[in-house]
Design a protein around this ligand. Structure first.
Ligand SMILES: CC(C)(COP(=O)(O)OP(=O)(O)OC[C@H]1O[C@@H](n2cnc3c(N)ncnc32)[C@H](O)[C@@H]1OP(=O)(O)O)[C@@H](O)C(=O)NCCC(=O)NCCS
Length: 191
């Protein structure tokens, strides 16, 4: 069990590595209909960034019975010139039929705990469109704190959009570990 874990009342989910037979699931999760108004981009493919450039990766979210319900992804973002100031930034997509049950919150909390558990980073953050009320509520259910608005931060479908920034700090989930020593590196995280 993750030493940072705690009982939250959120429904249980598991995060697993992407497998070869997930191609169709991932195609569905990345379709405009599933990504929806707040997370669908129309930039040319060669202008999209690869998460791998930022020490990022994706995992599949599944129910305890193994049913896949969505995906989570993460990248590293720097808050200074030193490795200790690297934070994690996370994202999520849940298949529409599974939404509104707290599963997105549970998956985002689990991912945050895993990232904190496998690195010495102090901060996991998530940003979402100011209009994406479902994701803001989901992050709140996951225990993230709303920090403020990053104005005009995201270019999406022809214009700039404001983003709401949320974070979960190590000290929020395990107060006695907020001053962890050890290696200064914030990653990498492996499956
Ligand atoms: C955002 C997303 C991941 C949420 O997943 P989820 O499993 O439904 O999330 P949760 O059930 O944990 O929380 C959703 C909460 O928002 C509420 N909600 C959903 N739609 C809402 C809306 N339009 N207005 C207000 N609240 C809304 C739900 O009722 C729930 O809150 P509650 O439990 O207090 O009732 C999912 O909607 C999704 O995949 N959207 C498309 C991709 C996306 O936007 N990803 C985030 C990009 S930053």
């Amino acid at each position: 069990m993750n030493p940072l874990d705690e009982s939250t009342g959120l429904p249980p989910v598991r995060l697993r590595d992407v497998r070869g037979d997930d191609a169709e699931l991932l195609r569905g999760l990345n379709s405009p209909a599933v990504l929806g108004e707040w997370d669908h981009f129309d930039d040319p493919g060669d202008e999209m960034l690869s998460g791998a450039l930022y020490n990022g990766a994706t995992k599949i979210v599944e129910l305890p019975d193994g049913s896949a319900i969505g995906s989570v992804s993460w990248i590293q973002v720097p808050y200074g010139p030193n490795q200790r100031s690297l934070a994690w930034s996370i994202g999520i997509t849940v298949l529409p039929v599974f939404r509104g049950r707290g599963l997105g919150a549970s998956a985002q909390r689990r991912l945050a705990l895993e990232l904190l558990g496998r690195s010495h980073a102090n901060r996991v953050q998530a940003d979402t469109d100011i209009g994406n009320v479902a994701e803001q509520r989901s992050l709140q259910l996951a225990g993230f704190t709303r920090e403020g608005i990053a104005r005009g931060a995201q270019w999406r479908r022809g214009r700039w959009h404001d983003r709401v920034l949320y974070s979960l700090l190590r000290g929020d989930v395990a107060p006695d570990t907020s001053r962890l020593g050890g290696p200064v590196t914030g990653g990498p995280v492996t499956g």
